[in-house]
Design a protein around this ligand. Structure first.
Ligand SMILES: Nc1nc2c(ncn2[C@@H]2O[C@H](COP(=O)(O)OP(=O)(O)OP(=O)(O)O)[C@@H](O)[C@H]2O)c(=O)[nH]1
Ligand SMILES: C=C(OP(=O)(O)O)C(=O)O
Length: 259
């Protein structure tokens, strides 16, 4: 169990491609809408994971995703007084699109920070940027990167995984297939060193991350079920989808092939 007495404060990092490019392996015409819905459900689960999670940093250049995530955070009352900085105001050190300390492209709504994709050189640099922002805003925090395609993630699963992460260095959790990474953690003071991409689980092990997979095994099925294909989506549906993805599928339920 993640407790504030023993656990470090966590900031969870979620990278998200522009929606027009996202989920290219998901053979459905509504893949962009589903990519957004899955990102919203992932974000919701992170924000619901409890007070041990002091921040959620989504790194994305997609304006629609930025708006929808901000709306989600607002709907959930993620707005302690003075911390909604979607405009030009300051937010506990970070504000609007011209943040304090030279940080640009930031939108903060309570615990949610949406950051522009810098340096715009792909997933791993985006995550390194998110980790640097997290450490700047929450000095001494632990960070954990998860993918934006976890529509069946439950808050309790994330809490369990964070509680299992090593207190120093890095930890890695394999996806359901066993070759990809669904969570990479870095304890306070440890660098995230993300190597996401094909074969990332082994790459993270090779670079010294501790394997959390056996420890967590089948206790975190939603966390391990990232959705790339229609088959993955059906598996996630069987586990139980978050509300945004369930709504998106209800709007267009048939797994049709893109025209
Ligand atoms: N910010 C950011 N996120 C990225 C980038 N590339 C991938 N991601 C995100 O990283 C996670 C895993 O990405 P991928 O598997 O490469 O892409 P995907 O859109 O999920 O699926 P495919 O298009 O089928 O590869 C998803 O949450 C993506 O949105 C990038 O260049 N910048
Ligand atoms: C990027 C990764 O996952 P996927 O391609 O399955 O989204 C990964 O596991 O490192």
């Amino acid at each position: 169990m993640l407790t504030t007495e023993t656990a470090p404060p966590w900031v969870v990092l979620v990278p998200l491609k522009p929606l027009t490019a996202a989920k290219s392996r998901l053979d459905r015409p509504d893949r962009g809408a589903l990519a957004l819905a899955m990102a919203l459900d992932t974000a919701r689960a992170v924000l619901d994971a409890g007070e041990g999670v002091v921040g959620l940093v989504v790194v994305t250049d997609d304006p629609r995703a930025r708006r929808a995530l901000t709306e989600l955070a607002r709907d959930r009352s993620e707005i302690p007084a003075g911390t909604d900085s979607t405009g030009s105001g300051s937010a506990g050190g970070v504000g609007g699109t011209t943040g304090v300390g030279g940080m640009y492209g930031l939108t903060r709504t309570g615990r949610l920070l949406v950051a522009a994709d810098e340096p715009n050189r792909g997933l791993n640099p985006a995550l390194a940027h998110g980790a640097a922002l997290a450490r700047r805003i929450h000095p001494g925090c632990a960070v954990a990167a998860v993918s934006a395609d976890l529509p069946a993630l439950r808050p309790a699963e994330l809490r369990r995984a964070l509680a299992a992460a090593p207190p120093s260095g890095r930890g890695v959790l394999a996806d359901a297939v066993g070759t990809g990474t669904v969570l990479l953690s870095a304890a306070p003071g440890a660098s995230l060193c993300p190597s996401f991409g094909p074969g990332s689980f082994e790459a993270h092990l090779d670079s010294g991350a501790v394997d959390l997979t056996a420890l967590l095994a089948d206790t975190v099925p939603g966390l391990r079920r990232d959705v790339d294909t229609v088959a993955d989506l059906n598996t996630a549906r069987a586990l139980g989808l978050g509300p945004a993805t369930a709504r998106a599928l209800a709007a267009d339920p048939s797994p049709r092939t893109a025209a």
